[in-house]
Design a protein around this ligand. Sequence first.
Ligand SMILES: [Zn+2]
Length: 410
Amino acid sequence: MNGVANTADMEWLIEAWAGMSNEPPSKHLNLQHLSSIANVGSCEFIGSHTTIPFYEGISSLRGWELSQRHAFSAIGYTAFSHLDWGFACKQPFLCKSCVESDMHLYGQSYWRRSHQVPGLLWCPEHKSSLSWPDDIHWFNRSPAEAIDVATSYDSETVRDALSNSHIVRYVELAFKLLERKSPFDAESVSNTLRAEATKQRFFMWGGRFSINHMLHDAEWRFGRKWLDRVMPLYTNRKKRIDFWCSRYVGTFSVEQRQASFLMECLVASTLLYESVEEALTQLGRYNPSPAREERQTPFLLNKDELLQTYILTRGNYRRIEENYRGRSTRSRIWSGLCELGLPHLVEGRGKSSLRALMAFYLEGLSVADSAEVGGMDQEEMESLLRQCSFLLRNVLKEIDGNRDNAQAEH
Ligand SMILES: [Zn+2]
């Protein structure tokens, strides 16, 4: 299922496996049928049997973004139809030893998704070279059939790659991505990598993270030969970039490479972080752009939290603002409280709107009497009442309860 171009092809392939491609359309199998035969949800099925978790490992898909809940099920088919298949692997990879062991154990062989990670040259289990038949349509047949026409890397190439700590670390990171149940947030990853690269004195433009100004470093650490596999040079448009790099105190000239954002991030993470664990921690950090933070602030004002803060601060807007310092703006807090119908409660200088509202809502006094209790005039009291919602009675009860508790403790 790794190499097919679109969902229709995938379903066709599933039907072919099930021997149903000649059946009338109504009887056709689809992904849902197949996953139910396997006794897992279709999203879970996709998550554990395809390379989608890798290729969509750093994503800004709305489904993920909205849920933030890190469940593959959150996107399901929606994500599936948005997948960028353009950079999926061009050949199916197999390990001859794995195929032989499959044939020996099960009498049939299958394409392992872990062998399809771009830039992986060896079988993680046998440490021997991966092999590949020449075109992607071989995915529709079994690896055992392809074994005789498959080409392998020469042993020197595999040995060099295995002894390159950067390549080994990249592969380890790629496997971690394959195991994850959710993608990293593309915007956060971009911001984090750009900040780290700048810290390490690579020059970075604004906007989305790009590996361009780290390419000389990437060529040096990974070797051009390996880099050509995951980030090939442009063939039809030669594009060299010259730049000054304060990290190496020199001017460099490199050829630009075409790469997916995912690959740029994975290669850069391997350069910027010393361990896979550190890279995973940093990639997982929520790090939105300031503009987006501003946009999302209303959502960060959780209603329950706002209510609790209102109760604890006895309705004092200034103290509520202090509680939200750095997390929200004054105007958002004020409009949030207005929407909830919770007015600013003033206390001091002989005036207490809290006292007045308690008298009105909890003691059942009239508007005039309540105003008097709170040291306010009637007009002020009426205007205050117009700002209150039905929530206020319970809120006042809680504030009153808190005061009783506080007194009991003393
Ligand atoms: Zn193997």
